[in-house]
Ligand binder design. Structure first.
Ligand code: M6R
Length: 614
């Protein structure tokens, strides 16, 4: 969703802000803008619709120069994507400028109130009420800080803002109200940064503070002061972020998604690093804060997540139940938040989220907390809200995931749930040391097997050349591979815009078999496991109806070629870990089909990387 960047310091503010916005492009946007406090004391704004390059050209044609500035990439909620609705928004008197993420739920009555006082609005956005309110309070004689506080007190909904004023030319004020995406402060030497996400400012500093809900920060180039909304000073923790900024660059790859698919062997190693002891055959998850009392007391785990993370949760259910024998339910955050789920202090709620900022997942977690559940998270973005509200967490350590389509966050979270299942099972006495060693050994092979799968991308380029014109795809799997089929279908849909369905293969005969004809490619996950024979029989049913079958099968399977039209080979692993490997062909197939179709792979239409609104 929308991205925010702010800067105060000796560098050219427009350049820092624009570069930061480029690093937030992956979040999805339809327009972008920059505001700088120019040397003449006025606010200079440049905004445009479409890709950031348009804003870049505008800044090149008509530069703005200054040492303090803010910028924004907008994903429209109120008002069409247009230049006048793009942020930053300036007040009627030109004294204040704002960028904003979220939704001001009571913007209509506020707007009517301001209009009745003679304020003229220049846009259709909810955001503009913020800047007009701050100006109104300045006009009434209040100072900048107090004017912002008074304004924030009037806003309803989840919102994150950065405000700049000609009245206080060396200061930025930012605030976080609810879960409308994060606000991160980056502490530099004689300079300060503000961003909605870490990658925007990672090239300048590693020392960061994450604003919590209902906190505000006053930032100058040499200082920051964090307070609650009432002005009570707070002592925030400063986090040192150890991500490598280079890993957020495409390098030899054509797209971030392709790079991130190829990052997976390393990401899988990183997610195990410091947790798995391959010599001793043990696993430790210290950040989970698991005590024997807690683990023995649990009678249920509920996984809450959205999109790809939800499908990861469906795989995780198989893993955690098999390894720990604790019952696991999996729920969409967007549904769970409106249930009345049965939860108490014997329930652990595990959120899975790459961004750690998905609004539906966060609200679901908070509701579970209110009912007494222990909160856990598996999360990629360090310091994100999901991580901060959890009693225990596992950081995916996947590194920045820039492509909107989630890839390495899926596979690393599967490895994390496997590790979690192992640790829970060990504590509950389900797994003895001999079994643990075997489980660890199986895990140890996964990064190199994933690497093998990435060696032959030509297979997928060829398949894409055959299938890029298809209008529908069916993905079939059974058991632990059924969620992999769902994920395969989601990947194809979101980046290639081909309609695809994931289905449990055994259910095909109850309806979708009617869809099958010679125009329908069917991807069948048929690696060796207990359900292999059943999958072969489902493939035969599809073939009898004229379907074209692409089977994903275990290397060395000599007979599957007699059943399927195309065979994609994957190395063998244990049944619980096989989904990590089976997912990679799904990613590569979707990627190459989307490239063939000329789609915007990293920023598919209508999608945002981190969905911070409901
Ligand atoms: O950041 P999260 O993991 O919470 O995001 C959840 C979904 O929005 C995300 O997985 C989405 O479905 C991706 N576009 C899938 O590729």
């Amino acid at each position: 969703m929308c991205g925010i960047v702010g800067y105060v310091g000796p560098r050219d503010a427009a350049t820092v802000v624009y570069n930061g916005l480029k690093r937030l492009e992956y979040r999805g946007y339809d327009s972008a803008g920059v505001a700088v406090l120019a040397q003449n004391g006025h606010i200079a704004i440049r905004r445009d619709v479409g890709k950031l390059g348009n804003l870049g050209s505008l800044l090149a044609e008509s530069p703005v120069s200054g040492e303090i500035g803010i910028g924004h990439t907008r994903w429209a909620t109120h008002g069409e994507p247009s230049q006048r609705n793009a942020h930053p928004h300036v007040g009627m008197n030109g004294r204040v400028v704002v960028v904003h993420n979220g939704i001001v739920e009571n913007f209509l009555p506020l707007r009517e109130e301001l209009e009745a006082e003679g304020v003229t609005f220049a846009s259709e956005t909810d955001t503009e009420v913020i800047v007009q309110l701050v100006e109104r309070y300045l006009e009434s004689g209040l100072g900048f800080e107090t004017a912002v506080r008074q304004t924030l007190a009037q806003l309803e909904g989840a919102n994150a803002v950065v405000v700049m004023s000609v009245d206080q030319p060396d200061e930025l004020i930012c605030a976080r109200l609810g879960n409308a995406g994060g606000i991160t402060l980056g502490i530099g030497h004689d300079e300060m940064f503000i961003a909605s996400d870490i990658p925007a400012i990672l090239e300048y500093t590693r020392n960061m503070i994450f604003l919590e809900n209902r906190q505000m920060a006053l930032v100058t180039r040499q200082s920051y002061q964090i307070t609650d909304l009432a002005g009570v000073p707070l002592q925030p923790e400063v986090h040192n972020i150890n991500w490598d900024p280079v890993s957020a660059v495409k390098g030899e790859f054509k797209h971030f998604m392709q790079k991130e698919i190829h990052d997976q062997p390393q990401a899988l190693i990183d997610t195990m690093r410091g947790r798995v002891n391959f010599e001793k055959g043990t696993i430790a998850l210290p950040e989970m804060n698991l005590t024997p009392e807690l683990v023995h007391s649990l009678n249920k785990i509920i996984i809450v997540a959205c999109g790809t993370s939800y499908y990861a949760g469906l795989v995780g259910k198989f893993m955690i139940e098999a390894l720990s024998r604790i019952p696991v339910e999996v729920e969409y955050g967007s549904e769970f938040r409106y249930y009345d789920p049965i939860i108490d202090e014997k329930t652990a709620v595990l959120s899975i989220t790459q961004s750690g900022e998905t609004a539906d997942t966060l609200v679901a977690s908070e509701q579970a907390r209110a009912k007494g559940a222990t909160l856990w998270s598996i999360v990629n973005v360090i310091g994100s809200q999901s991580m901060r509200i959890s009693d225990g967490y596992i950081a995916m350590q996947a590194g920045p995931e820039i492509g909107v389509a989630s890839t390495k966050a899926f596979t690393t979270s599967l490895a994390d749930m496997y590790m979690l299942g192992c640790v829970l099972g060990e504590i509950r006495g389900v797994i003895d040391p001999v079994r643990m060693r075997e489980l660890v050994n199986n895990l140890a092979h996964i990064p190199s097997l994933a690497g093998q799968l990435l060696e032959n991308e030509a297979v997928y380029e060829n398949l894409a050349s055959v299938f890029h014109g298809a209008q529908n795809f069916l993905f079939l799997g059974r058991g632990i591979n059924y969620p992999v089929a769902l994920e395969g279908a989601l990947k194809l849909k979101e980046i290639s815009y081909i309609h695809a369905e994931g289905y449990p293969a055994g259910e095909m005969k109850h309806g979708p078999i009617a869809l099958i004809d010679e125009t329908m490619p069917i991807v069948a996950l048929a690696t060796n496991d207990r359900l292999y024979d059943k999958m072969v029989s489902n493939i035969q049913q599809a073939k009898t109806r004229g379907g074209i079958v692409l089977a994903v099968a275990t290397e060395g399977n000599k007979t599957i070629a007699n059943e399927a039209d195309y065979v994609i080979e994957v190395p063998a692993s244990s049944e619980l870990l096989q989904p990590i490997l089976n997912t990679i062909p799904m990613q590569l197939l979707s990627y190459h089909v989307a490239v063939w179709r000329g789609c915007d792979v990293d920023q598919p239409r209508n999608l945002a990387k981190s969905v911070t609104v409901e």
